[in-house]
Write a protein that binds this ligand. Structure first.
Ligand SMILES: Cc1ncc(COP(=O)(O)O)c(C=O)c1O
Length: 430
């Protein structure tokens, strides 16, 4: 059968979805003992004292911010390249996001750029371990300590990644994780805040637990919607649903039709009602089972990333990920820079491989943050990046195929380093 490769894969432990449904049918879909057990196991996985579950990763971040009780209008440094909800939630929490440029090799927060963004109102910084690559934590912590900044790690992409042998999320005052469908640990939505600070944890928990419980019907809706989305990105589901659409679109130009599937960029004040809910027991049942597998899943993605790096080395039109020394990324995404990203995407989809464009946002240029706009030239080059599939659900033969196809279709692209105008002068690459 013709097999296509979707850009995303969802992780799920065997039997977890059915276990969650059983919990729902037995009346323990909403409240139940799995929530506290999941929090405790999540905390001990990280070797920290406290973990508090939330309806979203963004809400875990929001509770951390509210629990810190920083003066209104305090500035919080956020990498310019991140998911737009992060600076938006900071704004909802009454803070002013200040965008900081990223490192040209890892695309994570550049510690050297922090100095340019500091003012007397700066109170916090958010190192985002983007695409599962740990940030330069030592350098960031040095700046943070010097200026008395609170450090909140965004680990939405990086569950299980390590920096100098220690798990990300354990370096700052607090950290948050996302359990959306595509993340390293998927519970069809949800998030977690972790911290070692007892008083902060108490305040975070008070905020999270003040929210109303979701209805059993809405928990069921999450599980069913998640299951459907999983079908759409499974090899067969993707081949007969989204793939033909992407393939046709590739004939009509370089419009990224997948953009229609993204969450609409918008103001989040007031917070949507669906955010203001507690995390459910059925989801925690899934999370507990996933925790038993996360190391094995991460090891597989890492092995696939190694194979991609080996197989794609030496191609002049591509720059491959360059994680920092002494880090172990989890490769939520395998991010490459490409001299002609549109041509690569178009050619790949025609060969049955769907590749992702950015996945996050260049927040410093979004109209939503017009009043916070700041030049962040490296983040702006992220439009030249693409993310190759590297998820643990791939087969080794899929990865070999990705290597073969990407080598073939990138061979005649112009070498990196040629300015965009000159790429145009090379003509359209088809
Ligand atoms: C970098 C980053 N931070 C935070 C989040 C927010 O997580 P959630 O969607 O669970 O609120 C995401 C979501 O994709 C993300 O990519």
């Amino acid at each position: 059968m013709f097999r296509t490769i979707a850009r995303y894969g969802a992780r799920q432990a065997p039997g977890a979805w059915r276990a969650a449904m059983r919990a729902l049918l037995s009346g323990q879909g909403v409240r139940g003992p799995a929530i506290r057990e999941f929090e405790e196991r999540f905390a001990s996985y990280h070797g920290v004292r406290h973990a508090v579950a939330a309806s979203y990763g963004r809400m875990a971040f929001y509770y951390i911010l509210r629990a810190l009780d920083l003066p209104a209008g305090s500035e919080i440094l956020i990498p310019a390249l991140t998911f737009w909800v992060v600076p938006e939630m900071a704004r909802v929490a009454g803070l002013k996001p200040v965008f900081v440029d990223v490192d040209p090799h890892t695309y994570t927060l550049d510690p050297r750029a922090l100095a340019t963004a500091l003012t007397e109102r700066t109170r916090a910084v958010v190192p985002t371990h983007l695409y599962g690559q740990p940030c330069d934590m030592n350098a960031i912590l040095t700046v943070a300590e010097r200026h008395g900044l609170i450090v909140i790690e965004d680990c939405a992409h990086a569950l299980g990644a390590t920096y100098r042998g220690r798990k990300v999320g354990t370096f700052g005052h607090a950290a948050f994780f996302s359990f959306q469908l595509l993340k390293g640990l998927n519970t069809y939505g949800g998030g977690m805040a972790i911290t070692d600070d007892d008083a902060l944890a108490r305040r975070i928990r008070r905020l999270a637990e003040a929210e109303p419980w979701p209805s059993a019907l809405s928990v069921l809706g999450k599980l069913v919607l998640g299951w459907l989305q999983q079908v759409f990105i499974s090899p067969r589901g993707f081949t007969f649903s989204l793939f033909p659409v992407f393939w046709l679109a590739s004939l009509l130009g370089d419009r990224d039709v997948s953009a229609f599937l993204w969450e609409k960029i918008r103001r989040l004040d007031p917070l949507p009602a669906s955010y203001r809910r507690r995390y459910s027991n059925a989801q925690a049942v899934i999370g507990l089972r996933a925790l038993d597998h996360v190391e094995e899943w991460n090891a597989r993605s890492r092995q696939y990333a190694r194979r991609l790096s080996e197989g794609l080395a030496g191609i002049a039109s591509l720059a491959l990920p360059r994680p920092l020394p002494e880090t172990e990324p989890v490769y939520y995404q395998y991010c490459i820079r490409v001299s002609d990203p549109e041509a690569l995407t178009r050619r790949a989809i025609r060969r049955g491989i769907d590749i992702e464009m950015m996945h996050v946002d260049i927040c410093s240029t979004l109209p939503l943050f017009a009043s916070e706009a700041r030049p962040c030239p490296i983040a702006e080059t992220a439009a030249e990046t693409r993310q190759l599939p590297v998820y643990s659900g791939l087969r080794p033969s899929d990865v070999e195929r990705i290597v073969r196809v990407i080598r073939e279709i990138s061979r005649d692209l112009p070498p990196l380093g040629i300015a965009a105008g000159e790429v145009a002068a090379h003509g359209r690459f088809d």
